[in-house]
Design a protein around this ligand. Structure first.
Ligand code: ADP
Length: 475
């Protein structure tokens, strides 16, 4: 069974506390016991001084037996807890409480088991007036043992109580600390695709829990934006797909309703059907391309390729289109022949979109130019310029959005899908390139694609590199 965080925290805290309290209590008990014995020992030392003093003062004058009798009645010497032996081990005096103790007690302080309780003994050998005496003084440890026993019991009994109280407090505190997370869990459970605008509550605690809630809300915001984009895309796509289908249907219905159908009327209807099917095919292909880019399955097979060649090749491809509109097409290499790390086919697709738009939105007699150069930061730049209808600042801000068209009917009439520049931006982003537009209404537009210096390299000027404008001509 997995314990909840709250219980785990309380248990861990209690286990640590148990170790700490046990260590402190054992240490405390040992220290108190040592202090008590220290007091007892000092008292024994004081008594010893009195006994020695008495023996020294009286034994020469009265002789031993009298001195012993004197000692035996002296309450300050506690005679029942006193043993005096002569140098050769004869017992000169033995207190009643000391009977049965071992005859040889190591010199210094020692604790031994007495008849009823423990005894603390102080044993010394002393020479008085040329005679050697062995003195053993004892103290009954009954009171001290009782106190220490009481202390030990108190510690033992208080430990579970303290532990239970601390475990309870830890459980309560961790519960309080985790309460915002519990709230987040409940809030997160109620969020689904229909309620993506909902957010989890953010506790203003300034700690990791607040950070977690804010991060979670940030993630929800991004998901909501992604969902919104997807919804917009689906709505726009269905709208775009519906128009050609409606046109096809209308063309067929009109042709069938014709009272006296002629070959020309059928042909006209079929041509419309064909045109709209082609539009739909193009639209679906573009949508598929964007879907692939979104899913990240669109990988680029990059190689070092010449930017000039790539642009010139694509210009050659759109030349018939430009010629049909009487638009002159130029390539300006400014002498530079940079190479870029790019996918050949995707790069051509990017130029094709930009060149196709430039031709599409430029009136007959206009000019479209493609230019290649390297900037001061070592970036290879490809530009497509036209003298077309241009864009206002507001329009220019949206042209890379999917299905955006500055002039819907014009774009449709030109066979546009509103997805070309979105695809161009995806291709640029796969190549870590930046795509920008500078445009003026009725003057023209300039689309600038700059590749990062890490993907660009200059190639030495070739002998026949031509820095001048070259018009692309049909061969
Ligand atoms: P479309 O298929 O409509 O051309 P794009 O995504 O390629 O779709 O372009 C989006 C819109 O940007 C176009 O509808 C047009 O309004 C504007 N646009 C793109 N290129 C140019 C250009 N060279 N000159 C003026 N407007 C342009």
């Amino acid at each position: 069974m997995k314990l909840r965080i709250r219980a785990r925290l309380a248990l861990t805290f209690t286990a640590i506390l148990l170790v700490v309290i046990a260590t402190l209590e054992i240490g405390g008990y040992v220290a108190v016991r040592a202090a008590v014995l220290n007091v007892v020992d000092r008292e024994l030392n004081t008594r010893l001084g009195g006994v020695e003093d008495h023996i020294a003062r009286h034994v020469a004058r009265l002789g031993w037996p009298k001195t012993a009798g004197d000692l035996a009645v002296h309450p300050a010497f506690q005679p029942s807890l006193l043993v005096i032996r002569s140098g050769n081990g004869d017992v000169l005096m033995e207190g009643s409480a000391m009977a049965g103790l071992p005859t040889t007690v190591a010199e210094g302080f020692v604790t031994v088991d007495g008849r009823t309780d423990s005894l603390r003994l102080l044993s010394v050998r002393h020479t008085i007036h040329g005679e050697v005496y062995s003195l053993v003084l004892g103290t009954d440890l009954q009171v001290q043992s009782g106190l220490l026993h009481y202390l030990w019991l108190l510690m033992l009994l208080s430990m579970p109580l303290v532990l239970a109280m601390s475990a309870g407090a830890a459980y309560w505190m961790s519960g309080r600390a985790l309460a915002p997370i519990q709230e987040m869990i409940s809030a997160a459970r109620s969020i689904d695709s229909q309620r993506l605008s909902q957010r989890v509550p953010v506790p203003h605690t300034g700690d990791e829990v607040q950070q977690l809630a804010e991060t979670f809300n940030g993630m929800l915001e991004r998901i909501e934006m992604g969902f919104q984009k997807m919804r917009d895309f689906i709505a726009n796509a269905s709208h775009e797909l519906r128009t050609p289908v409606s046109i096809v249907r209308a063309a067929a219905e009109i042709a069938l309703l014709h009272p006296r159908p002629t070959e020309a009327s059928y042909r006209e209807a079929l041509e419309r059907v064909l045109r709209e099917s082609e539009r739909n095919t193009l639209l679906l292909e573009n949508m598929l391309e964007l879907a692939r880019a979104d899913s990240g399955t669109d990988t680029a097979q990059c190689d070092w390729i010449s930017l000039n060649h790539s642009l010139e090749e694509t210009c050659g491809q759109v030349l018939p289109l430009a010629a049909s509109k009487n638009i002159s097409l130029h390539v300006n290499s400014s002498g530079a022949e940079p190479e870029i790390l790019a996918d050949h086919d995707q790069l051509r697709r990017l130029w094709l979109i930009l060149l196709d738009n430039a031709i599409k939105y430029t009136s007959a007699g206009g000019t479209v130019k493609a230019a290649v150069y390297m900037d001061s930061q070592g970036r290879a730049i490809g530009e497509i310029l036209d003298t077309g209808i241009g864009l206002t600042k507001e329009q220019a801000a949206f042209i890379f959005e999917r299905f955006y068209r500055a002039d819907k009917s014009r774009s449709r009439a030109m066979g546009g899908t509103g997805l070309g520049l979105s695809i161009a931006r995806e291709i640029a982003s796969i190549h870590e390139a930046d795509i920008q537009v500078r445009s003026n209404p009725n003057v023209g537009s300039r689309f600038i694609v700059s590749f990062p210096s890490s993907r660009s390299r200059p190639v030495a000027h070739s002998a026949n590199a031509d820095p001048a404008d070259r018009q692309v001509v049909l061969r």
